[in-house]
Design a protein around this ligand. Structure first.
Ligand SMILES: Nc1ncnc2c1ncn2[C@@H]1O[C@H](COP(=O)(O)OP(=O)(O)O)[C@@H](O)[C@H]1O
Ligand SMILES: N[C@@H](CCOP(=O)(O)O)C(=O)O
Length: 333
């Protein structure tokens, strides 16, 4: 179909501007591998302007300022341009101003936040007919989850709060085959119990999600899968109704032990905190450690103990970031 017949106003005028804010996220929460995620009170901000100067120019401050590209190969610029192309629109040029607060390669969802901020900005600048095709917040979630490859970080980044996400495919593994693409991503919001306070201990070193996924085996023993299913069920109860179940409910059988070789300090800190009864897990693919504290007093004493270097696994940047309940926020100027 040629563009004329779609009726799309396919050139976005120069001088349009949008500001987007997207939270950091902690995925997995122990046994919720690739499905559970929590939005944290630590956000990246992105300003996007269309211009009549061809090409893309990116200015980055904060995390990644020294390393990220400043042209069209920047993840955010690339994602915006691809989204517009897919929806049949374009702009002559693009100016991006990124203020990055989410550390990269630490298991706090920086790449999901980058993709979500790009799609939120791209969609906000669409002409009406293309915007209808983009599908609003749910369309943004679906597109971002397919790009990221798993929905667990993307869902809380888009919607805020605590989310449980899943993927449906046209064929199931029970039919004896691999799920077919394209699949569809879905998410449900869960109400986090008010006494639960996340604490994060962020190490100085990076570990890419791709490398950490490469450490996972193709198959796991049936007994591990069934133990994980029980813990994931308990985790939902612990997070929403019964925080006293957090320690047992955060026990994982699917990913952490396989990844510990690539993050020995995090493994040591998690073992030490768990031995003291705290619900400590790998945040996302690591190496950040997430502790789900029961009450702010417990959160404060855990943070203090890690900072004081009571254990031998530091140094850590320790934060009690609070929750983000809004998800991606868009302001069109
Ligand atoms: N705000 C951003 N802008 C551009 N690229 C980003 C941004 N955030 C993350 N990235 C890219 O994603 C990489 C980190 O992604 P990943 O390995 O998935 O770790 P995580 O998402 O856990 O931080 C970075 O090294 C960088 O290439
Ligand atoms: N379920 C994914 C989560 C990756 O999160 P990130 O914040 O490390 O990108 C995984 O465990 O691989």
């Amino acid at each position: 179909m040629d563009r004329q017949s779609t009726g799309l106003d396919h050139r976005i005028a120069a001088g349009q501007r949008v500001t987007v804010t997207v939270p950091a996220t902690s995925a997995n929460l122990g046994p919720g591998f690739d499905c559970m995620g929590l939005a944290l009170g630590l956000q990246d901000t992105l300003v996007v302007r269309t211009s009549d100067q061809p090409g893309a120019r990116v200015s980055v401050s904060g995390e990644g300022a020294a390393d990220l590209p400043t042209d069209e190969s920047h993840l955010v610029a690339r994602t915006i341009l691809d989204r517009w192309r897919e929806l049949g629109v374009e702009a002559a040029g693009l100016e991006l101003e990124a203020t990055n607060r989410i550390p990269h390669g630490r298991g706090l969802g920086s790449s999901a936040a980058a993709i979500v901020s790009a799609l939120a900005a791209a969609d906000a600048l669409l002409p009406a007919e293309a915007a209808a095709k983009a599908g609003g917040r749910d369309g943004l979630f679906e597109a971002a989850a397919l790009l990221e490859g798993h929905p667990d970080n993307v869902a809380p980044a888009v919607y805020g709060g605590l989310t449980l996400s899943y993927e449906t495919a046209q064929a199931t593994l029970i039919d004896g085959g691999e799920p077919h693409r394209p699949s569809t991503m879905h998410t449900v919001a869960l109400a986090l119990h008010q006494d639960i306070v996340p604490v994060v201990a962020i190490p100085d070193v990076e570990l890419s999600t791709k490398a950490a996924r490469g450490l996972l085996p193709q198959t796991v023993p049936h007994a591990h899968a069934s133990a994980n299913a029980a813990r994931a069920g308990l985790l939902v109860t612990a997070l929403t109704r019964e925080p006293s179940l957090l320690h047992i409910g955060t026990e994982d059988f699917l990913h952490q032990s396989y990844r510990f070789a690539a993050m020995e300090e995090s493994a040591g800190l998690i073992r030490s905190l768990r031995a003291q009864g705290y619900a400590a897990v790998v945040s996302g693919a690591g190496p950040t450690v997430l502790i789900l504290a029961h009450g702010s007093e417990q959160a404060g004493s855990i943070a203090e103990a890690i900072e004081r270097g009571v254990d031998e696994f530091g140094p850590w940047r320790v934060e009690i970031p609070g929750l983000d309940v809004s998800g991606a926020m868009v302001e069109l100027h």
